[in-house]
Design a protein around this ligand. Structure first.
Ligand code: GLN
Length: 225
């Protein structure tokens, strides 16, 4: 089956990249393949202009921030997000894209107006699972895996909270999935389950980004000819 549409020039699939400097990028690529998307591993800043959506995976946020700086990603990433590229940070990725952290390091990139606390759930419960109801995800609750997970402690104007982990005896409920425009952040790891619904949601955001950029370049071509 061809992935090209009528004019033979525009692939219909949104082009999705997964930042592959550190962390569990392979698992995201696998999940995307389960829903028919061939994603690329992003290791060079030049690749950002060739994709409609980027996932920053879980891993170690201090290391990811350091590597993004070393490989000169920061300005280009910001400029692509400002021009409408979809972005999804999972766990460490959420920390990386936050506006501000409750922790002294790393210095996040400020791509989404949220304040985040790292390792919120503490040492005793570094990892746990919870059933979440997520806005925009239809059907049953989603089983969410939390591994040394952050939480969102504050959201700026226009940031929607999509999911909260319920309160327990020890702690109040906490926001763990947020979205503004095409920028999505989750504290948990959908790539470590078999549930592809969060990945499908992200693909929709990348599709929007793709049709926007196709429309923009058509308009540009029309204004030239
Ligand atoms: N606690 C890690 C950090 O601060 C994130 C853990 C994860 O991505 N699973 O970077």
């Amino acid at each position: 089956m061809s992935s090209l549409n009528g004019d033979g020039a525009t692939p219909q699939q949104p082009r999705i990249g997964v930042l592959a400097l550190q962390g569990d990028f392979a698992e995201h690529i696998h999940m995307l393949s389960e829903i028919g998307i061939t994603a690329v591993e992003v290791r060079k800043v030049q690749q950002l202009s060739e994709i409609d959506g980027l996932i920053i995976p879980g891993g170690e946020s201090t290391t990811i921030v350091k590597l993004l700086g070393m490989f000169d990603f920061v300005d280009e990433l910001r400029s692509q997000v400002e021009s409408g590229m979809a972005l999804w940070g999972t766990c460490a990725g959420m920390i990386v894209i936050a506006r501000e952290l409750a922790d002294p390091y790393p210095t996040p990139l400020n791509l989404l107006d949220i304040r985040v606390a790292r390792n919120y759930f503490g040492r005793q419960v570094d990892s746990f699972e919870s059933e979440l109801e997520i806005d925009g995800v239809e059907g049953d609750h989603m089983r969410a895996v939390f591994i040394r997970a952050p939480i969102v402690i504050d959201t700026g104007i226009g940031v929607e909270i999509l999911a909260r982990v319920p309160a327990t005896d020890d702690r109040p409920e906490q926001a763990v999935a947020v979205k503004k425009g095409r920028v999505l952040a989750t504290s948990f790891h959908p790539e470590l389950t078999r549930d592809t619904r969060m990945h499908s949601l992200f693909v929709e955001l990348a599709e929007e980004a793709r049709s926007d950029s196709v429309r923009r370049s058509t308009e540009e071509t029309r204004s030239i000819v």
